[in-house]
Design a protein around this ligand. Structure first.
Ligand code: CMC
Length: 429
């Protein structure tokens, strides 16, 4: 990182602020001393111009449609690597050597089981509970079961907690699914790779043999890679903010899961699929495009637009290909939903409104169709996203805890409420 000084005038104040330049991407103005020098805060609702931290994990160039994990393009990682390799990369900063890879896989695999009492914890939920509600609660509950990895000042405990979270998220996710459909929980199987094990825990039943489809396992692994990290998005920022107070990692990741649930973030793949089903046929598309453009209609094209990408989301291209692979495997080349999606994409990409506002398909546009084809109900889509994003959340949390300059996150505000006034007795109001 290099640093220069920038001079700014605000009202009568002339201030000198450090301007920091990272390895790639826009420079930042370090306004840490602004309040002390001017008595003013900055105001940036939604953080559209604010870098909340320094990070070495993930880089996005939204204008060019670039996504890098530790410098490696997402396209190369998704094409040549696997999810656990990406987890290792995000956590440790480098791709593993063959020995490190085997060792990491071994350690993750040996942490996949959850405390047997967790199964009884699940019995407290209604069967029809949304699996994301179950995830928020059960991930947070891990801190009640694994006391030996909640001391955040201990490097070893931090690493064990990280391993446990990456390893146990698929187990909890599969349990949430099984509980919802009334089937018995399936224990993890150590002979299977990460994605195959997850499919096995979701779809196997004790009464017959279940053989994992390798095309589905590869597709799921790729979906996990694509979702593993995405810089300082809403849920990651939530994890960092929760962690900044010193909360334990299980509680912080539970906070991330809660944030991810929202339809503007992780819930968009569920919303995108529902929208495609609602559109139903290509001839209905113009009606929905018109609604998306109508300022008086709250409807938005789900799976379109992104806070950072003002170009085609690089993950969406890989997702589209993965979607084709899964549908081909199922012999559904002419899937009606895919036809609607492709037509909608074509129309939106040539429509002036979408072109002008740089609204391109994002990853969620094709992930819903793919996950549905693989047999997942829509309520599980965001859960799968949470499983994948755990790697990024935990890497970002670790980076923050290990930063010597780390402080509790405590934003300020522009107060527009009532000024000082005296209490009014009830009979005088
Ligand atoms: N359909 C129609 N219009 C849209 C859409 C859309 N999907 N997205 C943005 N716009 C319009 C919006 O109305 C606004 O218009 P105007 O400038 O005239 O007021 C303009 O584009 C800018 O939108 P914004 O809401 O100010 O942009 P934002 O950066 O705050 O929002 C977003 C980004 C992703 C929340 C938004 O594009 C959206 O709601 N998209 C649909 C939901 C979705 O697909 N979310 C998944 C995001 S990718 C997964 C992830 O990383 O979590």
């Amino acid at each position: 990182m290099s640093e220069t000084t920038g001079s700014f005038s605000i009202g009568d104040h002339k201030v000198d602020m450090p301007v920091k330049t990272g390895s790639i991407g826009p420079s930042v103005v370090d306004i840490g001393k602004l309040y002390a020098q001017t008595g003013m805060f900055t105001f940036d609702p939604g953080f559209t111009s604010t870098a909340s931290c320094e990070s070495q994990i993930t880089y996005i160039d939204g204008d060019e449609g670039v996504l890098l994990y530790r410098g490696y393009p997402i396209e190369q990682l998704a094409e040549h690597g696997d999810y656990l390799e990406s987890c290792y990369l995000l956590l440790y900063g480098e791709l593993p050597t063959p020995t490190q890879k085997v060792d990491f896989e071994h350690r993750i695999t040996r942490h996949t089981m959850v405390h047997e009492q967790m199964a009884r914890f699940f019995q407290g939920f209604r069967r029809d509970a949304h699996p994301m509600a179950v995830m928020v609660a059960s991930v947070g509950a891990l801190s009640a079961f694994y006391h030996d990895s909640t001391d955040i000042s201990d490097t070893g405990q931090r690493m064990v907690a990280s391993m446990r979270l990456i390893a146990k998220m698929p187990t909890l996710a599969a349990m949430a699914y099984k509980y919802n459909i009334g089937q018995p929980f399936v224990y993890p199987k150590n002979s299977l790779d990460y994605a195959s094990n997850f499919l096995h825990m979701c779809y196997a039943v004790p009464c017959e043999e279940y053989k994992v489809n390798p095309i589905f396992a590869r597709a799921l692994d790729r979906i996990f890679i694509l979702h593993a990290d995405h810089e300082q998005n809403a849920s990651t920022s939530t994890v960092r903010l929760a962690g900044s107070s010193g909360a334990n990692p299980f509680a912080c990741i539970a906070a991330g899961v809660a944030c991810l649930w929202g339809p503007a973030h992780g819930g968009a793949n569920e919303a995108a699929l529902k929208m495609l089903e609602e559109i139903g046929r290509a001839e209905n598309i113009p009606k929905y495009i018109a609604r998306a453009k109508d300022k008086n209609d709250p409807f938005r094209l789900m799976g379109f637009g992104h806070r950072v990408y003002k170009n085609y989301d690089p993950r969406a291209k890989i997702m589209q290909r993965t979607c084709h692979e899964v549908l081909n495997e199922l012999g559904k080349k002419d899937d009606p939903l895919l036809e609607v999606a492709k037509e909608l994409e074509k129309i939106a990409l040539s429509d002036e409104y979408f072109v002008e506002k740089k609204l391109y398909p994002n990853i969620d546009f094709y992930s819903g169709i793919t996950l549905k084809a693989m047999g997942f109900p829509t309520s599980m889509f965001t859960v799968l996203f949470a499983v994948a994003r755990t790697a990024g959340w935990i890497a970002q949390w670790k980076e923050m805890i290990e930063d010597p300059g780390q402080k509790i996150g405590r934003p300020r505000q522009l107060y527009t409420g009532a000024p000082l006034r005296d209490y009014i007795a009830p009979d005088k109001r």
